[in-house]
Design a protein around this ligand. Structure first.
Ligand SMILES: N[C@@H](CCC(=O)N[C@@H](CS)C(=O)NCC(=O)O)C(=O)O
Length: 223
């Protein structure tokens, strides 16, 4: 059986988990929290969460690599179009969301989510990147009703998990939600929230938050 190593309040973990559920793949979650210890970096050398263990015990890092692997290895439920350009469009959206929205927002999480402080320099740099991401999404996302067109795709799961976090972070740091300039984002959020997979992932995230928070507080104290 496949094993997903990571934790249920992690956004990248949850994107992979959603795709496992949607494809009906049997998997086990192995809960492990950051910071990565030696046991974890022996599985995923970057120390990033999650890590996917395949049926033959091979280990994969990087969530988008995992999604593409799942699509190749378990094609019964298809989450990428058949044609090369359609596949590229889905992957382009996934990159825009990760590189120009989630990654810059991540530099703001210490203040937006964890009660810390980030400098004005970091906030200004993140804002410039977030604006690139919003512009990319505005021009490339189709919302017909799914993000890449009429068919559900891998990119919908990254959007469903990451975009709400980016809205919360943007409001907390800049006082306005940069994603609000794309009105279709909220309809897409509602559409995705109707899925059973999303409801399960959100419920399990809620249950994990106190454990993650406790672990995070202890890890920060002993650093
Ligand atoms: N590019 C990585 C990003 C994963 C990532 O940033 N995961 C966070 C948890 S949501 C993490 O590992 N945080 C701990 C750390 O950075 O040390 C992926 O797509 O898997």
């Amino acid at each position: 059986m496949l094993r997903l190593h990571g934790f249920a309040s992690s956004n990248y973990h949850n994107v992979v988990k959603l795709v496992l559920i949607e494809k009906g793949i049997a998997f086990e979650e192995v809960t492990v929290y950051p910071p990565a210890d030696e046991a974890y970096t022996s599985k995923n050398p970057t120390g990033k969460f999650p890590c996917l263990e395949t049926e033959d015990g091979s280990l994969l890092g990087e969530s988008k690599v995992m999604l593409n692997y799942l699509e190749d290895a378990y094609p019964d439920v298809r989450l990428l179009p058949e044609d090369p350009l359609g596949r590229a469009r889905v992957r382009e959206l996934m990159e825009v969301i990760d590189l120009y929205l989630e990654l810059p927002a991540r530099t703001l999480y210490p203040e937006a989510l964890f009660g810390g402080k980030v400098s004005d320099e970091v906030k200004d740099a993140a804002r410039l990147m977030l604006i690139r991401g919003v512009t990319g999404l505005k021009q490339r996302a189709r919302f017909e009703p799914y993000i890449a067109g009429p068919e559900l795709s891998l990119a919908d799961f990254g959007a469903a998990i990451h975009l709400p976090l980016i809205s919360i972070t943007s409001k907390a740091i800049y006082g306005d939600d940069l994603l609000a300039t794309i009105p279709a984002v909220s309809a897409h959020r509602e559409l995705m929230n109707e899925r059973q997979s999303m409801q399960r992932v959100k419920a399990e995230r809620r249950d994990d938050v106190p454990h993650f928070t406790k672990h995070f507080a202890n890890a920060t104290r002993t650093r």
